[in-house]
Design a protein around this ligand. Structure first.
Ligand code: ZN
Length: 443
């Protein structure tokens, strides 16, 4: 019997965690934070309380696994992480150690977890690096395999649990990028083989399933960025804000800037963490990346230097959602010794994740930028999540007996169920709605 229990990441995006029980052996997939709640929590409490697991659970920042652990903790064979986004891994330092089992992920994801663990608190976690394309026996009932897939962070994997019922696949998150700018395209060949030997269940990130067409490749954004940077007048200083974990995007900005005879600088603590993880795992070359500046004094000194040399620099920084305390927020609100003006350009290589907090922060940032007459380019970005046609492609390729949409709430899940219907999946027989806190039995 297969039981799937959703802790988080189904009713809304964030706090991803799923338990897959195969004849009594349990594998936990992902252990993330609700990023919106985390930001609220950080605003309200001081940093010390960020190490209080109970407070984090009670404030819904991380999944509530208390009752589950009491009842089933000893049966958990492994915690498997699919990629290094914080909504998939941030809770590891708080929840993982009590399970006394290995934490398994690809090299980049393991590095991110090591850095998070070091930042927050120390634990004797058993971290195991597993490359995509290799298998790891978890018990007599379950063998794990990680399969390469593309997303918006390096080393993303789809997890496959091989069981006597067939493979159980967990694809959170993913897109199909035929021309990624770091790493390979998805391993379609392996997916085809899995379909041939039988996929029992597919749990599938459905964040963008309600968007028509295909999600464009990262190489498209590279062209968009080159176009925008070229059009920005020679005498302007360019600030580009993007996702810290989007190593391919950051690498592309550096390469384009070099081509256009501009030097790059990188500011921000989260940028430093992800870039270090990418250097440590040889995804990027250290010599081709500038040192990331994180300290206020250091940043102020660099900014003074930049101010005297207009048109020479591209600065990659944090703050694309207008987050309070990010570099961009501080820059725009005059907290650095650098006065923004019409001589500066700010490029958002991102999209606003439409939470009430982000929307409010970005609108405040927008007004402040307008007042300063800064040149702004927004949405120079493509998503890391699959649109409807990609979604159909993957379902057709893997042909699971059962599929369960995850991520994005009821409207996205309903859209996914509709797409499934077009492909012959029937609700409650072969397609299933699973919400946070619910459990489902599949035969
Ligand atoms: Zn993700």
């Amino acid at each position: 019997m297969i039981k799937i229990r959703a802790f988080g990441g189904y009713s809304k995006i964030g706090k991803s965690m799923t338990a897959i029980d195969v004849d009594g052996d349990i594998v936990l997939m992902d252990m993330g934070a609700d990023i919106e709640k985390l930001v609220d929590f950080e605003d309200e409490k001081n940093y010390i309380s960020l190490t209080d697991t109970d407070a984090l659970i009670d404030n819904s920042v991380i999944p509530n696994d208390r009752a589950f652990f009491e009842e089933n903790g000893k049966r958990v064979k492994a915690i498997v992480l699919t990629h290094g986004h914080l909504d998939h891994v941030w809770a590891i330092p708080f929840l993982a150690s009590k399970y006394k089992c290995p934490i398994i992920a690809t090299p980049f994801t393991i590095k991110v977890v090591e850095k998070l663990t070091k930042d927050v608190r120390k634990h004797d976690l058993r971290l195991i690096t597993l490359n995509t394309g290799t298998k790891y026996k978890l018990s007599n009932n379950v063998t794990l395999e990680l399969i390469h897939i593309t997303h918006s962070i390096p080393n993303c994997a789809m997890a496959a649990l091989h069981t006597k019922y067939g493979a159980i696949l967990y694809a959170n998150d993913w897109k199909l990028d035929e021309t990624p700018t770091i790493g390979n395209k998805p391993n379609y060949e392996r997916m085809e083989n899995l379909a041939k030997s039988g996929v029992h269940t597919l749990i599938l990130d459905s964040t963008n399933v309600d968007q028509e067409g295909y999600t464009f490749s990262e190489s498209v954004v590279r062209t968009m960025l080159e176009d925008v940077i070229k059009k920005t007048l020679d005498n302007k200083t360019i600030f580009i804000t993007t996702f810290s974990s989007h190593i391919a995007r950051i690498k592309n900005i550096i390469e384009i800037s070099r081509k256009l005879n501009r030097q790059t600088l990188i500011f921000g603590r989260s940028m430093a963490m992800y870039i270090k993880a990418a250097i440590d795992t040889k995804i990027i070359e250290k010599s081709k990346f500038p040192e990331v500046a994180t300290r206020r004094e250091q940043i102020n000194n660099i900014l003074k230097y930049v101010k005297d040399r207009p048109g020479k620099y591209v600065i990659i920084c944090t703050g694309h959602q207008g987050e309070k305390g990010s570099f961009l927020d501080k820059l725009v609100t005059g907290q650095y010794d650098y006065k923004l003006s019409s001589e500066d350009a700010i490029i958002f290589s991102s999209r606003v994740i439409p939470t009430p907090l982000n929307t409010a922060n970005r609108s405040m940032l927008q007004s402040a930028m307008e007042e300063l007459n800064v040149n702004v380019a927004d949405n120079v970005h493509v998503s890391g999540h699959a649109a409807k046609n990609d979604y159909k492609l993957l379902l057709n390729l893997l042909k699971p007996k059962h599929f369960i949409p995850s991520h994005g709430g009821m409207d996205k899940i309903s859209a996914a169920i509709e797409v499934g219907k077009e492909l012959g999946y029937e609700l409650n027989r072969s397609s299933h709605i699973l919400l946070d806190g619910q459990e489902i039995d599949l035969e």
